[in-house]
Every structure is written in structure tokens, then in C-alpha cells.
Design a binder for this molecule. Structure first.
Ligand SMILES: C[S@@+](CC[C@H](N)C(=O)[O-])C[C@H]1O[C@@H](n2cnc3c(N)ncnc32)[C@H](O)[C@@H]1O
Length: 210
């Protein structure tokens, strides 16, 4: 799989200043009341990238461990925000955290790269490491996005291999999202849109509770 290589050697390496529009798009700001109500402030930002969400969470009282498998992203983030607590992990492996430990897990646009079975496993892992009542928040690609083209090979429903970038991508429809969230209490679930690198992106935005 070339996914790690893509994030390490293409995406973060070639990202221009003008393409970092997403650093200002801290999606969870509008849910501040719900998020800041969490008592246990131990939090994870999974697939943190350049860390704009992590910074917001720290500024709002959370003790955040910012995780990504791209060393390049973590290095750049640490330069922007030296007090960041970073961790180089691959989300597809077991998450190295105790069960029932955390109050909050954020995964913003970082869980739509895996087949459905693996995605379910990751949701289950996150469920296990959250304490009862803890929140899992994030955004994932919706199937309203129309960027699939002849370079994409469909491996399973809504899961693609992008031949051009040697990378996997997936989209979710409502039924698939419902399957993923079966054992969670849904606090927020809505289809929304955002801008990334100047391009419109449709997402499922969610706040789930264990
Ligand atoms: C679209 S970026 C989102 C980054 C950040 N959350 C944000 O909102 O800007 C996806 C991130 O997920 C990370 N990622 C993808 N697959 C991963 C994996 N298997 N393990 C850990 N991080 C992963 C990438 O390195 C990248 O930083």
C-alpha cells in the first residue's frame, strides 16, 4: 500500500502556503458547548495532520495527544506548535491506549482511507479506549463528493484505489454510516460541506457518545 508514502512524500511535502486554507477551518468550534462539557480532558486527535484541531482542543482545556502516521506532518505541526504532544502511530494497528481511558477522540477527515471491515474495527477500538460517556467526534467523506474519475478503481462499495496517487480513498453513504455507529449514541450527525485546498468537500460530521 502506498498510502503512507502519499502523505509522507507527496501531500505534506508539496503543500503550498496558499493551500493551507484548512488550518483556519476548525470544524468543531460550532460545537464548543457540547465538546467543552466533557469532564475527562484526556483526548486524542487521530490523523492530526498539521494539528489545527489539536491546538483548538488544547486551548479549550484538553490534554491532547496528536497522532499521525506521517512523520512529515508531525514534524511540521511541532514546528508550528512546539508544545504539541505528538505520537507517530498507524491507526490501522491496535491503538496503544488503555481501555476506558479517554474523554474525547477527534478524527477529522482521517478515517476514510480503509475498507469497511477495517473502518468498523477502528470505530470499535475508539469505543474501547473512551470512557463511558466519552465523545468520538469527527468528519468523514460523504458519497456526495464527485471527484471519482477514471483513475479510481472501486474495490468495494464506495472504497477506491486511486491509481494516480497510489492511495486509497473512501466515501460513506447514510446506510454505511448507520452501520458504523450502531453501538454509539448519536449526538450530532449531519451532512455538511467544507473547503479543502480550494475545493468543495462534502462530509458527514458527527459527535458520538459511548
Ligand atoms: C485529510 S488529512 C486530515 C488531517 C487533519 N485531521 C486535518 O483536519 O487537517 C488525513 C490525515 O490522516 C493521516 N492518516 C491517514 N491514514 C492514516 C493511518 N493509517 N494512520 C495514521 N494517520 C493516518 C494522514 O497522514 C493525514 O495527516
Amino acid at each position: 500500500m502506498g498510502d503512507k508514502k502519499y502523505w509522507e512524500e507527496i501531500y505534506y511535502k508539496n503543500l503550498k502556503e496558499s493551500e493551507k486554507d484548512f488550518l483556519k477551518d476548525v470544524w468543531m468550534v460550532k460545537y464548543k458547548n457540547i465538546i467543552c462539557n466533557v469532564k475527562n480532558k484526556k483526548a486524542l486527535d487521530l490523523g492530526c495532520g498539521l494539528g489545527q484541531d489539536s491546538i483548538w482542543l488544547v486551548q479549550n482545556g484538553f490534554d491532547v495527544t496528536s497522532c499521525d502516521f506521517s512523520k512529515k506532518a508531525l514534524k511540521k505541526f511541532k514546528k508550528i506548535y512546539p508544545k504539541a504532544k505528538i505520537m507517530n502511530i498507524d491507526i490501522t494497528n491496535d491503538l496503544p491506549f488503555e481501555e476506558n481511558l479517554l474523554g474525547l477522540v477527534n478524527a477529522n477527515l482521517s478515517l476514510h482511507y480503509f475498507d469497511f471491515k477495517k473502518t468498523i474495527e477502528i470505530f470499535d477500538e475508539i469505543y474501547n479506549i473512551l470512557e463511558k460517556g466519552g465523545l468520538f467526534i469527527g468528519r468523514m467523506n460523504s458519497d456526495k463528493n464527485n471527484y471519482i474519475n477514471e483513475n479510481y478503481v472501486e474495490l468495494e462499495k464506495n472504497f477506491y484505489y486511486d491509481k494516480l496517487n497510489d492511495q486509497h480513498k473512501r466515501l460513506f453513504n447514510k446506510e454505511q454510516f448507520d452501520l458504523l455507529t450502531k453501538k454509539w449514541k448519536i449526538i450530532i450527525l449531519k451532512e455538511d460541506e467544507t473547503i479543502r485546498k480550494g475545493r468543495k468537500k462534502y462530509t458527514w460530521e458527527f459527535i458520538l457518545q459511548k
